[in-house]
Ligand binder design. Sequence first.
Ligand SMILES: C[S@@+](CC[C@H](N)C(=O)[O-])C[C@H]1O[C@@H](n2cnc3c(N)ncnc32)[C@H](O)[C@@H]1O
Length: 347
Amino acid sequence: MMIHEKAKFFKALGDQTRLAIIGCLLKHDYCACDFAAITGKDQTTVSRHLKILCEAGILKYEKEGRYVIYSIMDDNMKDKLENCGIEKFDSCCPDNAADAKKEVVKEKYGKIALDVVQGCGCCGDLTKEEISTSIGYSSEDTQSFSAANMGLGCGNPTAIGEIKEGDIVLDLGSGGGFDSFIAARKVGKNGKVIGVDMTEDMIAKARKNAEKYEFDNVEFRQGDIESLPVETGSIDIIISNCVINLAPDKSKVFREAYRVLKNDGRMYVSDMVLLNDLTLEQRNDKDLICACIGGALLKDDYLGMIKDAGFQIRIMDQDKEIGENQYSGYPVMSLKLKAFKADAGLD
Ligand SMILES: C[S@@+](CC[C@H](N)C(=O)[O-])C[C@H]1O[C@@H](n2cnc3c(N)ncnc32)[C@H](O)[C@@H]1O
């Protein structure tokens, strides 16, 4: 290697995300589309890192139909990288990382819906009522809908969401329907609430709860929040509670939210974000993913994605103690925000 090539090589290695990409590729080849889910970075950032690694002669790629498959340049380069101490890394979900992560989440939340396991794995010995009252629900809320409250939230978007009589509300990741029912009481018989969740058993549970609580203004649809089964421009208020961190492609979720909201619509989100970056191992740990930690993004990356989708943001609240109190000291916090279409002239 010439000296300038060496400089390029070592410069390319001087970044955590690029080292993570190389570690995965030392194990086997990956599609470019997998790295966002594996590294927790958006696709544009991933593309920039892949370009640097190719320009440094470390990676090569081949097009296979609509997929771009990346691999280490050759065996010589593999030896060189291993000699530099770069460890091979196994993602939890080697083939099609994004879809595989969704399957992990579906399986876990399916078990929670069926009461095979209690809670998402974050909150120790706290009861569902204790969790919910500690994050902003009233005892009246938890007592009114005890069958729907599974203690899975990280805030109360119905408390910050200005939901009025007659509104059409969309609940992203509606779980057992707790927030949907609180919203349904507010919108009354002239309004409607649509809950979307990808887990079949959660949807079944939410529908059963809707019957139990005799709501006929709530509909639960099985679907992915990255591709919403909802008409464009039809929603007044979106609420979402501790869900978007679980979606591998958060940019898609925010673009979809923008699509379905009316021009003067608003989105109220409560979600987990990171205070410090996680290791690649933590990002790919199935239990941490399901506990709303592994898939969480750094706060600024998360807010950047919402803005890129076309929203303006107001931060309503942030709870930094929740990491210590409920998430075993992981560097996470619960963020509550309001977002509205940037060009709608709202506040
Ligand atoms: C932590 S629970 C929160 C449930 C509810 N929002 C609450 O506060 O009780 C996350 C829910 O999001 C659903 N979910 C996760 N990823 C999803 C996705 N990509 N599309 C739709 N639902 C999803 C899960 O099935 C689960 O019911």
